[in-house]
Design a binder for this molecule. Structure first.
Ligand SMILES: Nc1nc2c(ncn2[C@@H]2O[C@H](COP(=O)(O)OP(=O)(O)OP(=O)(O)O)[C@@H](O)[C@H]2O)c(=O)[nH]1
Ligand SMILES: [Zn+2]
Length: 208
């Protein structure tokens, strides 16, 4: 875990301090935190934050640690498509919701497929930007599995663009990170896109 993240985890405020911060924001919004309907809200928000930001306590590289080597020479792409995730934009602290496609070309070992989805969760459940999250997912898989290549494609809708600011609903942000053969070999990339049901050059389908 990067030192800055683990230091921040160690220095977490108490529940009471976090609840007080929510009361301050309620007052900033123009409401009265002491009215009946809002009395339980600070504690609910603090518990919701525990879910939204569970990724800070996860170590995605450890999630990938259990691998299987008995694969009888399997040397084709392994791909997991449409992994839904919920994240939060680090600039506005509002939701980012989307899907990730994660693929790799194994060298000698594979990982349990649920672990790929857990790695997405581990990086999504933080304050982040989509580019960094995309790179972190790919880097973790590349580092631990040492495959011949990793590909991560993320498509998401950012509420900071849909519910405020520029107000552009229906806009999808698409990011990708390719390593190894997927970066170097256009044939491998084409095969990947065909497995994922994507046509190179075509527009994205099903924007969130
Ligand atoms: N590259 C990138 N930008 C993001 C992401 N999430 C949010 N943003 C953008 O971060 C930028 C922050 O810009 P600022 O000008 O500092 O903030 P702002 O005044 O609230 O900007 P507006 O959103 O344009 O109202 C905005 O353009 C957001 O759309 C992300 O995952 N990646
Ligand atoms: Zn934002």
């Amino acid at each position: 875990m990067p030192d800055a993240v683990s230091a921040a985890l160690d220095a977490r405020p108490t529940v009471a301090e976090a609840e007080e911060a929510v009361r301050t924001l309620l007052r900033w919004a123009g409401d009265d935190p002491d009215r009946e309907g809002l009395l339980g809200t600070p504690n609910r928000v603090v518990r919701a934050y525990g879910e939204f930001f569970a990724g800070y306590a996860m170590e995605p590289q450890e999630i990938l640690a259990r691998t299987f080597e008995e694969i009888d020479g399997y040397d084709e792409i392994v791909a997991l498509r449409d992994i839904r995730f919920e994240s939060h934009c680090e600039h506005h602290m509002v939701p980012v919701v989307g899907t990730a496609h994660v693929a790799y070309l194994p060298r000698t070992r594979v990982v349990g497929i649920s672990k790929l989805a857990r790695v997405v969760e581990g990086y999504a459940k933080r304050f982040t930007i989509q580019e960094r999250m995309t790179a972190q997912i790919a880097n973790a898989i590349a580092t631990v599995l040492e495959p011949r290549g990793v590909a991560v494609v993320v498509q998401a809708s950012h509420q900071c663009m849909t519910t405020r600011g520029v107000h552009k609903p229906g806009v999808a942000m698409i990011t990708s990170r390719m390593t190894g053969v997927f970066r170097k070999d256009p044939g491998a990339r084409l095969e990947l896109f065909s497995l994922l049901g994507m046509r190179p050059g075509a527009g994205p389908e099903g924007a969130c």
